[in-house]
Design a protein around this ligand. Structure first.
Ligand code: SF4
Length: 713
């Protein structure tokens, strides 16, 4: 009998589009994909979602552990051989060099259960402080800004569908129309009202949504989003557009912010960001008019990676929040501030203990009460839990150095492509005594590994993911994994047992989730009232559940979840949102005579992250086959480069070669490169590993480069 269709969600981005997988026993892939109606995607899928099943049977799928032999090559090994080797090497490295000589690097694509188990493994089995994850590359500044201002970080503290009723939406550094196309349906009302404002150095697919009177595109100089926000704040304060009653009742720090933006009149900001002062004024007035205090139907301020992946990312997010608070938006139904999370489980991945400074439930690792609670669930002494480690970029900088980690376990991340200044990262990984990588397919990082462990992927496993809205969703098994492949929960169980911890690492995702729920209970991200069974029922009823979902005092699993945060105040000690004055510093790697152009990096429709999965899907690879650099026609003329010809892009870190796409969507002073490719076309050969001082997030989005025709001699 053919198994029934399975309701699940897309394996890629944080929109987590709903889909149905139907067994296709006669087809080239084991399941066929059809979109499912859900409040976020409303029946839509992008090209990545439609083709996602093809990764299940990609011809070079990893199906056996690989161990590097004396000849320097990777060779198939049995699971026992590979796991015995890994456990033995980890034990001897820690005996020789201390517990901190082993580090763990996780990923924002791991299910909640895997992210939780990985954090517990690092702290209970390895007892190392050194664990962080690739969400540090994509969400850390938004998280730091929201935690500081609101006392909680949930990317969107409201359902995405709420945006559909807004009269105005300010999008800073988010190209959602290309990276998560179904989401742009929610901008229809704002477009009809002429209220979409997009801040982006490119005339991206999202910026194009503002064409024909649908809004404004503010084509700012890379690295200057903060000055755009400071100017908008200046205008709303100078023109008396702020919501004074809201500020008095619900915030602290408004006076300091008012004083700090007094000198950022639009003409001054224009000199830095290049956006005409009159457009800055129009944008501020448009947002204010849409705000409930002025009788509008609602307004949103939304940030994406363009604004956040910066050495002033937390400051930029803080200014965006200051603007939203000045207009009285957060906590009002139909208005607010939010960050558009990118990675599939970028939200859940940062809630359950993968971050260097956090425990499950979004608890702080340096909080004695948090340590005691989680240690109680784990059955260990709180004093045995290590303290906070260091953020991802610093962790990678220390790898392979005499006093740094000598062994690294990587789960769900292709660092050699996706890390900033990736050639330096490659060298550090190569200098390790032991590199272990769990992955589905060979990658540029598995090529360096001493041991590769093949693991299951999305449609082969049960689990949960948490979407960009904080909505906890079920991921369900629709097909059997290939023989020879294990889930990461099994890998962690088997490694823990070999390292002497024989309890506490179950392999059933539902059991892991129940423990995660207990560990998170009472924390900010409280999953205490959730279970796989409850989530199944909630999705069957139509829309899933938003955290926090605490366990109710009577023990009944009936808390309805919390779609909208802040209705009754902010989870800060005094219940008020904190407004914090910030100022502009400029990028860490600014223009200079030998590097007179900006480089900005980003995603394209067809590819996801390092491209390790999507580059293997024929339809996606043929639609977007090679690294490219967008170059404005004026710049192309100056360089003597025609569309389709190769260019060399050089920064202080290295050189990349890409095909020129000559387009007016670029600024004449800026080159755009997507970061999905490896080798000489890899954009992250060029990016800087300078980080935001608050969040530790690297400045992927701007650096200074030289560009020339590749054959210029
Ligand atoms: Fe939806 Fe994102 Fe998957 Fe595309 S990649 S189908 S937008 S979840």
């Amino acid at each position: 009998m053919t198994p029934p269709p399975t309701a699940t969600h897309c394996p890629y981005c944080a929109l987590q589009c709903a889909m149905t997988l139907t067994p296709a026993p006669q087809g080239p892939v084991p399941v066929s994909v059809t979109p499912r109606d859900f409040p976020t995607n409303r029946g839509g899928l992008c090209q990545k979602g439609w083709t996602s099943a093809e990764v299940l049977t990609t011809p070079d799928r990893l199906t056996s552990p690989l161990v590097r032999g004396a000849d320097g090559a990777l060779h198939p090994a049995t699971w026992d051989e590979a796991l015995d080797l890994v456990a033995g090497r980890l034990r001897s490295i820690q005996e020789q060099h201390g517990r901190q000589a082993v580090a763990v690097f996780g990923g924002g694509g791991l299910t909640n259960e895997k992210a939780y188990a990985l954090g517990k493994f690092a702290r209970v089995v390895l007892r190392t402080p050194f664990i962080d994850y690739n969400g540090r590359f994509c969400m850390a500044s938004a998280a730091a800004g929201a935690n500081r201002a609101f006392g909680v970080d949930r990317g969107l503290p409201f359902p995405l569908a709420d945006v559909g009723g807004a009269q105005a939406v300010l999008l800073l550094g988010s190209n959602l129309a290309e990276t998560m196309p179904p989401s742009s349906q929610h901008l229809a009302a704002a477009r009809a009202a002429g209220g979409v404002v997009v801040v982006d150095p490119r005339h991206s697919a999202t910026a194009a949504l503002t064409d024909d009177g649908a809004g404004l595109h503010l084509q700012a100089v890379p690295g200057t989003d903060l000055t755009v926000l400071l100017a908008l704040l200046h205008v709303v304060w100078a023109e008396g557009l702020v919501d004074t009653a809201y500020l008095a009742e619900r915030t602290t720090g408004a006076d300091e912010v008012r004083r700090s933006v007094a000198a950022w009149w639009p003409e001054r900001a224009e000199r830095v960001c290049g956006v005409p002062a009159e457009d800055l004024r129009r944008a501020a007035r448009l947002l204010a008019a849409a705000s409930p205090v002025h009788g509008g139907t609602g307004a949103y301020v939304l940030t994406g990676r363009g604004a956040e992946q910066s050495t002033q990312g937390t400051a930029t997010v803080t200014a965006a929040i200051n603007l939203a608070l000045s207009l009285g938006l957060p906590g009002r139904v139909g208005s607010g501030y939010g960050a558009i999370t990118g990675q599939g489980n970028g939200q859940g991945g940062r809630e359950h203990g993968q971050k260097s400074d956090q425990l499950p439930g979004y608890r702080r690792l340096d909080d004695p009460a948090a340590r005691a609670h989680v240690a109680g669930v784990w059955g260990v002494d709180p004093d045995d839990l290590p303290g906070p480690g260091v953020p991802a970029v610093e962790l990678l900088r220390r790898c392979g150095t005499p006093d740094g980690p000598r062994a690294l376990l990587v789960h769900g991340c292709n660092l050699v492509v996706s890390a900033p200044d990736n050639q330096a990262v490659r060298a550090r990984l190569a200098a390790l005594d032991l590199l272990v990588v769990c992955d589905l397919v060979p990658s540029e990082t598995t090529e360096l590994a001493d041991v590769v462990l093949p693991v299951t992927q999305w449609a082969e496993e049960e689990g949960t993911m948490t979407s960009l809205e904080g909505r906890v969703l079920r991921r369900r098994r629709a097909t059997e994994p290939p023989p020879g492949v294990r889930s990461e929960l099994e890998v962690l169980h088997d490694l823990a047992a070999r390292l002497g911890v024989t309890r506490g690492f179950p392999t059933d995702p539902a059991v892991v989730f129940d423990e995660l729920a207990r560990a998170s209970a009472g924390g900010v991200a409280d999953y205490g009232g959730l279970s796989h069974a409850r989530l199944d029922a909630a999705e069957a009823a139509g829309d899933g559940l938003f955290w926090p979902v605490p366990a109710t005092p009577d023990g009944e699993p009936d808390h309805p979840g919390t779609p909208r945060l802040f209705a009754d105040g902010f989870p800060t000690p005094d219940g008020r949102a904190r407004m914090i004055a910030v100022d502009h510093r400029g990028p860490s790697d600014d223009l200079r005579p030998d590097a007179p152009l900006y480089l900005v990096t980003g995603r394209v429709l067809q590819h996801y992250q390092s491209g390790a999965q999507t580059r293997r899907v024929p339809a996606l690879a043929s639609a977007q086959p090679e690294p490219f650099a967008e170059v404005h026609p004026l710049l192309a003329d100056r360089l003597g480069v025609a569309d389709g010809e190769p260019v060399e892009v050089t920064s202080a870190r290295g050189t990349a070669v890409a095909v020129a796409h000559v387009t007016t969507s670029a600024r004449p002073d800026t080159v755009f490169m997507p970061f999905h490719w490896s080798g000489e076309g890899s954009a992250n050969r060029l990016t800087t590993d300078a980080t935001d001082p608050v969040s530790g997030m690297p400045e992927f989005k701007v650096c200074a480069v030289q560009v020339r025709a590749a054959d210029a001699g």
